[in-house]
Design a protein around this ligand. Structure first.
Ligand SMILES: *[C@@H]1O[C@H](CO)[C@@H](O)[C@H](O)[C@H]1NC(C)=O
Ligand SMILES: *[C@@H]1O[C@H](CO)[C@@H](O)[C@H](O)[C@H]1NC(C)=O
Length: 326
């Protein structure tokens, strides 16, 4: 009896492997390709390098949607990683509802979420899980209409081209927006500044020429690998962000360090820009030799046309000298 049961189980298992293998492998190959298209520096900075990048989008009996491999130097403190599991026969085609939705039926708020522009309820198109909406790699071209209680929105590796004023309006609990790896060239000036709880904005690997106004609540901003030059960042853009800890602006065309930097800042990444000059007041305070900027642990200025030996007194208040050419 036991043997029989084992054989049946084994049979089922093999059937599942046979049925599932091609699509999963194709999926994996596609994701891997997308990741490999990202700049090396970006991969390194976000911890993709020390780990096999395939782990990022691992599909085993489901989709691992990470908090992307958080390590030191990553923009957010570690949170428990989230594992979202789809049914093993899950395939993208199956987003289409099996039965036509009855247009006359009362909508069930909070179950499948509002209707997206793609014509499906957002939580069918994406995965909604206790406040988080995961729309990674769903080919979306627009931000879908999000449930009012959304706290985290993930729309990585899609075809988004802009963020409009209404896209996140009224989402008073939204803490994190991650739209890494799209083709976003503009964000409406009003699109984000009124979000009262926004702390993390991840817009790396896009085509932004201008950073929009952001709320003072920001803790972490990642706009690396965009097309920002110094006129794309407003004067004193970060001055009043008293909680800002991580500012990632690598791989842009910035001519100078955006000032003033808030006291709370722990890491500023400006590698691979066009910074040519810093002075004694960029990080320190030339009028107060006792001033110590103890929070600022990491400054990256490597890959800029600047010789840091020329300004030795620009680092006296810092716990570590910047990375760069000396
Ligand atoms: C900055 O970028 C904008 C948009 O790409 C461009 O129009 C402008 O000429 C650039 N400014 C400088 C100083 O390079
Ligand atoms: C930077 O400047 C210092 C002193 O002026 C010089 O000795 C050094 O060779 C320069 N380093 C580079 C990488 O150009």
């Amino acid at each position: 009896m036991k043997t029989f049961a084992s054989i049946v189980l084994l049979g089922l298992l093999m059937l599942e492997i046979v049925l599932a293998a091609p699509t999963k492998n194709e999926e994996k190959a596609r994701k891997l390709k997308q990741i490999q298209l990202l700049p090396n520096d970006f991969l390194e900075e976000h911890g993709y390098v020390n780990q096999d990048p395939r782990n990022f989008f691992e599909y085993e009996d489901g989709l691992i949607i990470d908090e992307p491999l958080i390590e030191s130097g990553s923009p957010t403190p570690p949170r428990s990683s989230q594992l979202v599991t789809y049914d093993s026969d899950y395939e993208e085609e199956e987003f289409v509802p099996h039965e036509p939705l009855d247009p006359g039926a009362p909508s069930v708020p909070g179950l499948l979420g509002p209707e997206s522009k793609e014509g499906l309820p957002t939580c069918l198109l994406c995965t909604c899980l206790s406040g988080s909406v995961y729309c990674d790699d769903t080919d979306i071209k627009n931000i879908p209409a999000l449930p009012k209680d959304t706290t985290h929105f993930y729309g990585r590796f899609n075809k988004l081209t802009n963020i409009k004023k209404g896209d996140f309006s009224g989402l008073n609990h939204l803490k994190r927006i991650d739209v890494t790896g799209n083709r976003i060239s503009s964000i409406d000036e009003d699109a984000l500044r009124q979000l009262p709880e926004l702390v993390d904005l991840m817009v790396a690997s896009n085509e932004l020429v201008q950073l929009p106004e952001l709320p003072k609540t920001m803790v972490s901003i990642d706009a690396s690998y965009n097309k920002l030059n110094s006129s794309g960042i407003k004067n004193e853009a970060f001055k009043d962000m008293n909680n800002l800890e991580y500012l990632y602006l690598a791989g842009n065309s910035l001519n100078y360090v955006p000032l003033p930097l808030p006291e709370s800042l722990r890491s500023i990444n400006l590698q691979n820009n066009n910074v040519q000059q810093i002075n004694d007041d960029t990080f320190c305070n030339s009028k107060d030799i006792h001033y110590v900027r103890k929070a600022l642990e990491l400054i990256r200025l490597d890959g800029n046309p600047i010789n840091l030996s020329k300004t030795p007194s620009a680092y006296i208040c810092l716990p570590h000298v910047p990375y760069g050419n000396y």
